[in-house]
Unconditional design. Structure first.
Length: 298
């Protein structure tokens, strides 16, 4: 009998790094979720829903649902909606939100602890699949398996809505060759005029050789994407990438107590990302940090 040859274990992020603290204090959209249990969502989730189109009477899957907004919202719109996540914390948070949903909506919502590389659904089961901020958390071998599985469980003519951030093109090329130098010049001018403070500093205007990441990004972002690379991955998995957008929620409202500080914040946003100019092609491909792709299974 020939012994089976087993290769080294492949890397993966441990599910227990996705904690209640992450989902409820840092993960995008946590403020709206804490206040409304998913019944109200911000511009990014609203954008995903608009790309999916009419969801009434459709079968919808949200991969890596986090807190469950893209299960709750489709169910509110008449869809039969499933969410899968391999984090036990995510499942507990989402199931806690069930008690706040209307009975008819609650009956159309289903949450499960499941790995996207091995989905327990039949072939061609779903009309719409969301993958919001998932791909950058998957190692390349996991991403290949995940996209293949998502393709398997989608019907022909269905819609995949995918979002990822940050944009690898900005972080790997634009930031080190341009943005950090512009930041340095502005900080030098701020120091000269006595304006180096809590707003004009290296945390707001970084100058280091590599783009600075927050605590969770350093731990979780192990496969950041460019639009071109992600489209190629989708094509290899059996999708036709139909539409690519570089879109991010506009900077609206007041983030600081005074009009002066809010005006300076908009200047900082222009220095770092050329906003609002970065919302328009071709600058959007380079400066926008949010990539949206809609794709159809072949």
């Amino acid at each position: 009998m020939v012994d089976q040859i087993v290769g080294p274990p492949r890397p993966r992020l441990a599910p227990d790094i996705y904690t209640d603290r992450y989902y409820l204090t840092s993960c995008h959209g946590h403020e709206d979720f804490v206040q409304t249990a998913g019944k109200r969502v911000g511009p990014r989730f609203a954008k995903a829903l608009s790309l999916a189109g009419d969801l009434a009477a459709k079968r919808v899957l949200d991969v890596g649902f986090g807190r469950g907004e893209l299960v709750i919202q489709p169910a509110m719109r008449g869809a039969e909606a499933w969410g899968i996540d391999y984090s036990a914390a995510a499942v507990a948070i989402a199931e806690g939100a069930l008690s706040d949903a209307a009975p008819d909506t609650r009956a159309r919502m289903h949450f499960a602890e499941m790995d996207v590389t091995s989905l327990r659904f039949p072939d061609g089961f779903f009309d719409v699949v969301f993958m919001m901020d998932v791909v950058e958390h998957l190692y390349p071998h996991e991403l290949r398996a995940a996209l293949t599985e998502v393709r398997r469980v989608m019907r022909r003519g269905g819609t995949l809505v995918l979002h990822t951030s940050p944009n690898r093109v900005f972080e790997r090329f634009v930031y080190p060759t341009l943005s950090r130098h512009v930041n340095g010049w502005f900080l030098a001018a701020a120091k000269y005029f006595g304006r180096r403070d809590t707003l004009f500093n290296e945390m707001m205007l970084p100058t280091g050789p590599g783009f600075p990441h927050g605590e969770y990004e350093r731990a979780m972002h192990i496969n950041e994407q460019s639009a071109g690379g992600l489209r190629r991955s989708l094509a290899r998995a059996g999708f036709n990438p139909e539409r690519t957008e570089f879109w991010e929620p506009p900077l609206k409202g007041k983030y600081f107590a005074t009009d002066e500080l809010n005006a300076w914040l908009r200047l900082l946003d222009f220095l770092r990302f050329l906003r609002p100019a970065s919302r328009y092609p071709p600058l959007s491909r380079w400066f926008c940090n949010h990539i949206w792709i809609t794709a159809e299974p072949r």
